[in-house]
Design a protein. Sequence first.
Length: 107
Amino acid sequence: MEKDIGKINKNDTTDVVLRVDDFANRKGLTIREFVTSDRYTGFTKAGVKISATDFPKFKEMINSITEEDMKEEAPEEPAKEQLPPEQETLDAKEKSEEEPKEDLPDY
């Protein structure tokens, strides 16, 4: 059984598709990328499966996100030089040492 829930456009060639399916006798919510191009049209390996047993936890987590959480903030200052991901500035390092990491709720 497959039931497409909807899709969100990611870019010109890729959509993110949400569907309830029963793949390999495991019912759940599948969130995957679907590509339409000259070389390939179909689902990619990129995606995630939320099992039916974990779906209530997933739904609770999603419903805990508010519209306020999703508002985009204006950049504080123009970006300077792009650093490699493994490299950080002294200011960023000092801030990360000062601020304790937020504990994530266990659903």
